[in-house]
Design a protein around this ligand. Structure first.
Ligand code: GLU
Length: 316
């Protein structure tokens, strides 16, 4: 299912959510994605994933752009100023594209409205069923198998039927994976009851319409690749190549979050120069053998995907 990228037209992207200042983990993802594209003469798109109106702020998007510039990571398309032909590049302005995709899923008669609360869904979970993931068992599904009747009732979340099928894909870092969507998540939400678009739908529509051929992101999203491959298939888009990265963890082994103030770009910019920070990340990611200050540009010639470790986390 992977798109071949040997033709040189690699299009990568960085898709941050502007819900706070970036931390070292976000910067690690950005650097690897940028190097992968730049080492093959491709194009890098900056898409602002501000789907969640409660948590997203334009000022955070501006800070993300400023931090990327400070690091020397330039983009060819996207950003707040909507540079390029495939915009807008802020998800909050892309309603019409998502509506169109949802209309196509509705036409396939694979969607239905769901009125379950989180508590309803939790009550259906078998103990130890899913390592803490929530699996939807189809409580609101109108009948066992599609086609489903069109929505007479306009309220509730919109869910997409998933087949009992194994989705097999090869991740560039983590290798072959097989995910059964019925067991992994069940029918999943493509539009929330409050009208907000679900990440899974938006990310597929955007990556496809922006011509993205390579998705690089944290391995917390590795398994959701199967949901996205299913959407690529239903919407008739060619899937990109996927590369998932280890998550950067703090000394206590916990994945970095907005709470780790000392790893936020605010603190990091006070402590390090851009060259020192890039050198620190490059040695952590085995792009260079041992730490030395360097620019992002100087790493383009030495970057090699084979050196990126297939580990769930790397500790800083
Ligand atoms: N917006 C997501 C995040 O900031 C990234 C999703 C993706 O790369 O597919 O975690």
């Amino acid at each position: 299912m992977d798109n071949m990228d040997s033709n040189g037209n690699v299009v990568g992207r960085f898709a941050p959510s502007p819900s706070g200042r970036m931390h070292l983990g976000n910067v690690f993802t950005a650097l690897i994605s940028w190097l992968s594209v730049r080492s093959r003469g491709g194009k890098w798109v900056l898409r602002i994933e501000d789907l969640d109106p409660q948590r997203s702020r334009q000022e955070y998007a501006r800070q993300i752009e400023d931090d990327l510039r400070w690091l020397g990571l330039d983009w060819d398309e996207g950003g707040i100023d909507n540079m390029g032909d495939n915009g807008p590049y802020m998800q909050s302005r892309r309603d019409s594209f998502y509506l169109d995709a949802l209309g196509r899923l509705n036409d396939l008669r694979l969607t239905y409205r769901c009125h379950c609360t989180r508590a309803d869904i939790m009550a259906t979970q078998a103990p130890h069923e899913s390592d803490g993931r929530v699996v939807y068992h189809g409580t609101c599904r109108p009948c066992a198998e599609p086609p489903f009747d069109s929505h007479s009732d306009g309220s509730g979340a919109t869910r997409l039927y998933v087949p009992d099928e194994d989705f097999v894909f090869t991740d560039r870092v983590f290798g072959e994976h097989s995910v059964n969507l019925t067991r992994h998540c069940g029918d999943f939400v493509v539009r929330r009851a409050d009208g907000a678009w679900a990440y899974q739908l938006a990310v597929v529509v955007d990556d496809a319409l922006m011509g993205v051929t390579e998705v690089v992101r944290g391995c917390d999203l590795l398994l959701s690749t199967a949901q996205q491959l299913y959407l690529y298939r239903l919407l008739g888009y060619e899937a990109p190549r996927f590369a998932h990265l280890p998550l950067v963890s703090n000394a206590a082994g916990q994945r970095l979050s907005k709470r780790d103030q000392s790893m936020s770009m605010d603190a990091l910019r006070q402590k390090y120069s851009p060259e020192e920070l890039i050198g620190k990340i490059a040695s952590m990611a085995h792009i260079i053998d041992r730490y030395e200050p360097c620019t992002a540009k100087s790493l383009i010639g030495v970057f090699d995907w084979h050196n990126v470790p297939a580990k769930e986390s790397i500790i800083i």
